[in-house]
Design a protein around this ligand. Structure first.
Ligand SMILES: [Zn+2]
Length: 460
């Protein structure tokens, strides 16, 4: 009997080849599919395959095959777990009335699954594809498991594929050679997971539809990525994802929360573009802790929820200005004035940093630091108090008052000068009057600014 042991622990019941330990199907090739050496084995395998197909037996678990082509209709399960196919394999337009098992199967040649229909569970867990593979128009009626699969061909296509239930693509590796990974117009009706998956190069989700949650947690997108015109019915989760080059979210509809926590857009070495132009956010867009190295185009966007940018970093001040303005306007629309003030402050900072050096620093000291762009009353008040203290120390040090002697009196004088011009009934010694005048000028200005900022912030 053949030495091959199936996953369920049973032995293969087929008689062995003379001088071998396995039946023809389970006998490995001596040389990589070389007909010269293995010609006789090729023929034996082929006879065995067509015999099995005639009997309606699609259990090819662990089989080593030259190539494979199925009839159009298969009743019952199809099993290629641990199988290895050296050449071309076609499952085109096949309807499988059962489970399709390809767990850890290895396809060394191109494979076509186009138009296939799988009525039960589709298991491609750990499968490996060394050449191009097409799942175009495939209909997955139940769950589809592609976890830990490897796609190393230039083209991997799921064009117009339909996933009725959950689709798992966790930890999948699309190799460096993968020029085009295509999920164009695919429809995911159930939840879909692409967590920890690596896309070696360009990936296309254009016009695809995610009707339930779509998760791309810690996914790595190596080349350009496009989600243009896609629609997310529920949550779109990209936490910790990394986008290598250009990312297109143009005209995307996010109907649930769009979560981009800690996402890296681009990297320090190469710029790129992140385009959210024309996208629609029905709920919140969360970019907390995200890093933007690429150029961000975010205007115009349509948002009904908030745009959250707390802890978000931008490599250019212009991006910061634009993004914070969008977030600010959104806060104003939603009536959250406190949040709006924070974004206004960041927007102004982004704007300041684009100005010529001299103006940039003057604005930094006076407008940003002391007056906090008119949104930080406490800061203005603190600067005012510090001003009073500094002036009081100077007056005290030089004993500038005619009648004063205690430090407290100098402090009192400094405070009244900074609040109301009039020097609080004290007389200043001649050369120091100018200093008192300067304090009166700045102090009253800061005091008035504080009152205005405070009133604007808390009394509307
Ligand atoms: Zn066997």
């Amino acid at each position: 009997m053949c030495d091959y042991i199936f996953r369920n622990g049973e032995n293969c019941q087929k008689p062995v080849l003379e001088g071998h330990n396995f039946c023809p199907l389970h006998t490995p090739f001596t040389n990589d599919a070389d007909f010269q050496d293995d010609g006789w084995l090729w023929l034996l395998k082929e006879t065995e395959v067509s015999h099995k197909i005639k009997l309606g037996d699609f259990n090819f678990e662990g089989a080593k095959l030259n190539w494979f082509q199925t009839p159009i209709q298969i009743t019952g399960d199809i099993n290629f777990n641990d199988a290895e196919i050296n050449g071309y394999a076609s499952f085109e337009n096949v309807k499988i009335d059962g489970d399709a098992c390809f767990q850890d199967a290895k396809f060394k040649g191109p494979v076509i699954f186009s138009g296939m229909e799988i009525t039960k569970f589709a298991n491609f867990n750990g499968a490996e594809f060394l050449e191009n593979v097409s799942f175009d128009n495939v209909h997955f009626h139940k769950d589809a498991d592609f976890n830990e699969a490897k796609f190393n061909g230039e083209i991997t296509s799921f064009f117009k594929a339909i996933f009725i239930n959950s689709a798992w693509f966790n930890d999948v590796k699309f190799g460096e050679e993968a020029e085009s990974i295509n999920f164009n117009q695919a429809i995911f009706k159930g939840c879909v997971w692409f967590n920890y998956t690596q896309f070696g190069k360009n990936v296309n989700f254009k016009d695809s539809k995610f009707e339930s949650d779509a998760l791309f947690v810690r996914t790595k997108f190596g080349g350009s990525t496009t989600f243009s015109n896609a629609e997310f019915g529920r949550r779109a989760g990209f936490t910790g994802a990394e986008f290598g080059k250009d990312v297109w979210f143009e005209d995307v509809k996010f109907n649930g929360d769009a979560i981009f926590y800690d996402v890296k857009f681009g990297n320090r070495n190469c710029g790129g573009n992140v385009v959210f132009q024309g996208s629609y956010f029905r709920r919140d867009a969360k970019f907390n802790g995200a890093l933007f190295f690429s150029n961000l185009s975010i205007i115009p966007i349509h948002s009904l929820g908030s745009v959250n940018l707390s802890g978000t970093m931008f490599s250019s001040p212009k991006m910061k200005e634009d993004a914070c303005r969008v977030a600010k306007n959104q806060c104003i629309n939603l009536g959250d004035n406190h949040e709006a003030d924070i974004y206004y402050y960041n927007e102004m900072e982004g704007k300041r940093k684009q100005k010529p050096k001299c103006r940039r620093w003057l604005e930094y000291i006076f407008i940003q630091s002391i007056f906090g762009y008119g949104v930080k009353p406490l800061r203005t008040f603190c600067f005012w108090v510090v001003t009073i203290l500094i002036f009081a120390l100077i007056y005290y040090n030089f004993q500038t008052l005619e009648s004063g002697s205690e430090f407290f009196e100098y402090l009192y004088f400094s405070a009244t000068t900074a609040m109301t011009p009039g020097f609080g009934g004290y007389k200043v010694i001649t050369p120091w009057q100018l200093l008192a005048l300067i304090e009166a000028f700045f102090g009253t200005f800061m005091w008035a600014a504080f009152i205005t900022i405070f009133a604007r912030k808390y009394m509307r």
